[in-house]
Design a binder for this molecule. Structure first.
Ligand code: TYM
Length: 333
């Protein structure tokens, strides 16, 4: 890793099937930025257990997500690609940062409130502490940039607050991170309800395009996407949220600007437009799916990547933990 480059950190939970929201909002940007920063990319399995998981599935999804990152273009030679639980510093720093976080601010987190409603039978401490673990993830690596979707903004703000609080209490210790968003893709919406974000755990799977969906499923789901009665392909998120969401998806998948996409569909009906969006997405996902399957068949390669990724990550993360332990007065041998 080059010392002169700034550091970038991001992670994704190995829960359910990833959607094109995860791909466009996060992974696509990871790949675009990997040459410009020292990158750390994690499979956030410690975050995943805040909701009860089936152990065998969690193990399988962890490996599968790592394979997906590589299949999408994350280069393990350029980035440290690792599994969060393989670097013990995450839990260690999280504990210290808990003592710099107020219960009230955690209770006010939108995601905590949403998940508490959804998992009312298991509102565990980890669910509430989730943003502190995420702060630890980022601050361990002194990351200055964090590519995420808009739904993670509140968590990033808390990470910034915690960093500043610690820096003010002692001496500057943590880099205060900034969120970076891929503009057109920071908030990909549900195809059937464009007022909601596209989610891995949506009640109706027809509103989400999963990265594992086959061509026919993708095209069928786009055909059913909610639009409006105007029959005009124009970007206007306020008045035409469905069409605007489809334009965003098309634009980011084809690397065309919104204006180019609008021009392409001028005078055409929604039927043609939706089919073109579906085909563009299916064309892009097919080679990613094939590559992911190939990688998953070579478990020893994947394990090698994750082992060296964890070693690289631990090297940096342990330095931060040592620094923090010294500052707070932990007796060191
Ligand atoms: P997760 O696993 O829910 O989602 C992974 C990434 O995908 C983005 N995303 C979206 N972007 C655009 N449109 C959407 N519809 C959409 N849905 C999801 C998310 O914003 C996220 O960037 N807490 C994080 C994982 C995490 C993390 C971190 C992220 C753990 N530690 C440290 C950054 C830094 C999460 O649950 O993301």
């Amino acid at each position: 890793m080059e010392e002169s480059k700034k550091t970038l950190y991001s992670a994704i939970q190995p829960t359910n099937n990833l959607t094109i929201g995860n791909y466009l909002g996060a992974i696509k940007n990871w790949v675009a930025l990997q040459n410009d920063y020292n990158c750390f990319y994690a499979v956030a399995n410690m975050h995943a257990i805040t909701v009860r998981q089936n152990p065998a599935e969690l193990r399988q999804r962890t490996l599968s997500l790592a394979a997906l990152f590589i299949a999408c273009g994350v280069d393990p030679d350029k980035c440290a690609l690792y599994v969060q639980s393989n670097v013990s510093a995450h839990a260690e720093l999280c504990w210290v940062l808990n003592t710099f976080t107020h219960v009230g601010e955690m209770e006010r987190m939108t995601q905590f409130k949403d998940k508490s409603l959804k998992h009312a039978d298991n509102i565990n401490m980890g669910l509430m502490d989730y943003p502190v673990l995420m702060a630890a993830d980022i601050l361990l690596y002194q990351a200055s940039v964090v590519p995420i979707g808009k739904d993670q903004t509140q968590h990033l703000e808390i990470a910034r607050d915690i960093a500043q609080r610690f820096n003010n209490a002692y001496t500057p210790t943590f880099t205060v991170p900034q969120g970076v968003y891929l503009k057109a893709a920071a908030n990909i919406c549900d195809l059937l309800n464009p007022a909601k974000k596209m989610s891995k755990s949506a009640e109706n799977a027809n509103g989400s395009i999963f990265l594992s969906d086959d061509r026919d499923t993708i095209i069928r789901k786009f055909k059913r996407a909610v639009t409006d009665s105007e029959a005009c392909v124009k970007y206007d998120p306020e008045n035409k949220p469905g069409v605007s969401n489809l334009l965003s998806i098309y634009s980011v998948f084809t690397d065309k600007s919104i204006a180019e996409a609008e021009a392409e569909f001028a005078g055409k009906g929604y039927g043609d437009f939706k089919l073109a969006v579906g085909e563009a997405v299916a064309d892009k996902l097919a080679p990613i799916q094939a590559e992911q399957a190939k990688l998953l068949a070579d478990k020893s390669y994947l394990e090698g990547v994750l082992k060296s990724g964890a070693e690289r990550a631990a090297h940096t993360a342990n330095k931060t933990v040592n620094k923090v332990y010294k500052k707070i007065g932990f007796y060191q041998l």
